[in-house]
Write a protein that binds this ligand. Structure first.
Ligand code: ZN
Ligand code: ZN
Length: 452
C-alpha cells in the first residue's frame, strides 16, 4: 500500500539531492565565514585562492607549532586530511566518521584531522577556504581532489572509489545481500492474516471492516486504527466495523461494545471488547486497565502518530525520533529516517535490532548519517516485486534495523516469507531525502487503494 513511496525509492533521481547539497554547502560556507570572522579565526582561512595547489608534503604536519591530534602521515598509503575546528558544528559531526574510518582502514588509509583554529598557518598552507575541507591524497602524496563541508562516510568511500583508489574491504562495509523471492510460500489462509500488519489474527481480537468490496480483517482494533489513520478518502464509518467479544467469541458491532484498555507484560496497550458490561468489569478487576466506549478508544488510539507518515502508532512498537529536543515516533525504521526528510531537520533515531532488541542510534546531519552506533548497523529494506517486476516497498511492518549483517541474515533465515535487501542506513536515509514534499504528504496514505 505504500507503493507511491517505494516507486520513488526504486527510481534513482540524484538531481534534487545534488541541488540541495549545493545549497547546504553554500549555507555552511556563508555561516562559517561569518562565524570565523566573529570569532577571530585566522584571516588567512577564507581568503586563499580557489584551486591553489596545496602542500602534500608529509612533513608539513610536523612543522606546525602545535601539532594537530593526528599522527604523522604514514608513507605509501592514501591519505585523507580533514581541516576543521573542534567548535564548528559540521566539523564536530565529522569527528566520529573520521575516527571510525581510521579504525576500519588502519594500515590502508591515513586519516588526519587538523584544527585550523589551533594551527592558523595550516589553513593557509593547505589553501583552505572554508571548514571543514577534506583533501584526498594518493599513496604518492599527490592531491587528487578536495571537498568542502560535511561529508558522510559513504560519500568519502564513494569518492575514493571514483578516484580509482582501492582501499580494500572494510570491516564495516555492508556486503550486497538480498532475497527478492520468498524462501517459502505464505500458506496461511487469507482470512487468518491481518490486512494491515500481515500478522496472524488472534481470534479473540479479530476486527472486521465491511467495505463495498467485501470484508477486511484485522488482527486487532489497533491495526484497524492504523488503517483508519492512513485513509484519506472514504474514511470508514463506525457502523461498518465489527469486533469479537473477548469472553464470548461472538461478533459485536464496534459501536455497542465496552472496551477494556489495558497493557500487557511489555507495557504495550491491549484492547479487549465485551458485549456484557459485567464481563468487562470482571476482566478489568483481573487484569487492570480502563473501561472505555468506542469514542474514547479511538481518541487513545489516534493520540500518538508516526512523525513521518502520520499513522497511529504505539510508542512501544515504534522508533523514538528526537528533533530539536522534542520526541516523536517512527512507526518503522524507514519512517523514523523519513522524519529528517519531512521536517528537513537533523534527527536522532533510537531503534531496536529486530533480532536481539539491542539499541541502535542514528544521528543525522543535513540529510546524511553523522553518527551510527553500533557503526556496523545495517537496514533491511523490505521490498518485493510488483506485477511488472518493479521493486516496491513491502510496507512499514517489513522494515528493520540490525546491529550487524550477521543478525540480519539470521533474521532473514528465520522469516522465510520475508523479501527485501540489505542497505546501509545512509542509503536508507538518502532514499527518504530524495522524496518531494508531495510524495512525503502521500506516504503510506491509502487513497486510491482503499482496502479490498
Ligand atoms: Zn495487524
Ligand atoms: Zn510511519
Amino acid at each position: 500500500m505504500s507503493n507511491d513511496e517505494s516507486a520513488v525509492m526504486a527510481k534513482s533521481s540524484k538531481g534534487l539531492a545534488v541541488k540541495l547539497g549545493i545549497v547546504v554547502l553554500l549555507l555552511i560556507a556563508v555561516g562559517l565565514t561569518i562565524y570565523m570572522k566573529e570569532n577571530g579565526a585566522p584571516a588567512n582561512v577564507g581568503m586563499a585562492a580557489s584551486g591553489e595547489p596545496s602542500p602534500a608534503d608529509p612533513s608539513l604536519q610536523a612543522d606546525l607549532e602545535s601539532p594537530a591530534p593526528a599522527s604523522s602521515p604514514a608513507q605509501g598509503i592514501p591519505r585523507l586530511v580533514d581541516l576543521g575546528a573542534t567548535k564548528c558544528i559540521p566539523c564536530k559531526m565529522m569527528a566520529p566518521i573520521l575516527e571510525q574510518l581510521k579504525k576500519d582502514y588502519a594500515g590502508r588509509l591515513d586519516v588526519q584531522f587538523i584544527d585550523v583554529w589551533e594551527n592558523p598557518s595550516a589553513g593557509d598552507e593547505y589553501g583552505v577556504q572554508m571548514i571543514p575541507t577534506q583533501i584526498f591524497y594518493d599513496a604518492s602524496g599527490k592531491e587528487l581532489i578536495r571537498h568542502q563541508g560535511f561529508i558522510s562516510r559513504e560519500d568519502i568511500l564513494a569518492q575514493w572509489a571514483e578516484l580509482g583508489v582501492d582501499l580494500g574491504p572494510s570491516a564495516a562495509a555492508p556486503a550486497e545481500f538480498s532475497r527478492l523471492d520468498p524462501a517459502a510460500p505464505d500458506t496461511r489462509p487469507r482470512e487468518s492474516v491481518c490486512y494491515m500488519c500481515d500478522g496472524d489474527i488472534n481470534p479473540k481480537t479479530r476486527t472486521v471492516l465491511k467495505t463495498d468490496k467485501g470484508d477486511v480483517a484485522f488482527c486487532s482494533p489497533h491495526c484497524y486504527f492504523i488503517t483508519y489513520s492512513s485513509m484519506v478518502e472514504n474514511k470508514p464509518v463506525l457502523e461498518n466495523v465489527s469486533i469479537t467479544d473477548w469472553a464470548a467469541g461472538a461478533v459485536l458491532s464496534a459501536a455497542s461494545a465496552k472496551y477494556v484498555y489495558g497493557v500487557d507484560a511489555k507495557n504495550r496497550p491491549t484492547v479487549k471488547a465485551f458485549a456484557d458490561p459485567a464481563a468487562a468489569s470482571a476482566e478489568q478487576q483481573a487484569t487492570g486497565g480502563n473501561i472505555v466506549e468506542w469514542a474514547a478508544l479511538q481518541d487513545k488510539e489516534l493520540a500518538t502518530r508516526c512523525g513521518f507518515c502520520d499513522r497511529a502508532v504505539y510508542p512501544e512498537d515504534a522508533c523514538v525520533v528526537k528533533v530539536e529536543g522534542l520526541s516523536t515516533w517512527g512507526c518503522c525504521t524507514m519512517c523514523a529516517l523519513g522524519v529528517a526528510a519531512r521536517l528537513q531537520k537533523d534527527i536522532e533515531v533510537t531503534a531496536k535490532d529486530a533480532l536481539t532488541g539491542e539499541t541502535i542510534n542514528v544521528k543525522t546531519f543535513e540529510g546524511h548519517v553523522a553518527l551510527l552506533e553500533p557503526h556496523t548497523s545495517v537496514a533491511w529494506a523490505g521490498t518485493k516485486k510488483d506485477a511488472e517486476g518493479k521493486l516496491v516497498s513491502t510496507g512499514c511492518f517489513k522494515q528493520a534495523f540490525f546491529v550487524n549483517e550477521a543478525n540480519l541474515k539470521l533474521w532473514v533465515d528465520a522469516h522465510p516469507t520475508a523479501t527485501g535487501r540489505l542497505v546501509s542506513i545512509e542509503q536508507a536515509l538518502s532514499e527518504k531525502m530524495k522524496l518531494t514534499p508531495q510524495q512525503i504528504s502521500k506516504a503510506c496514505k491509502i487513497g486510491e487503494c482503499t482496502p479490498k
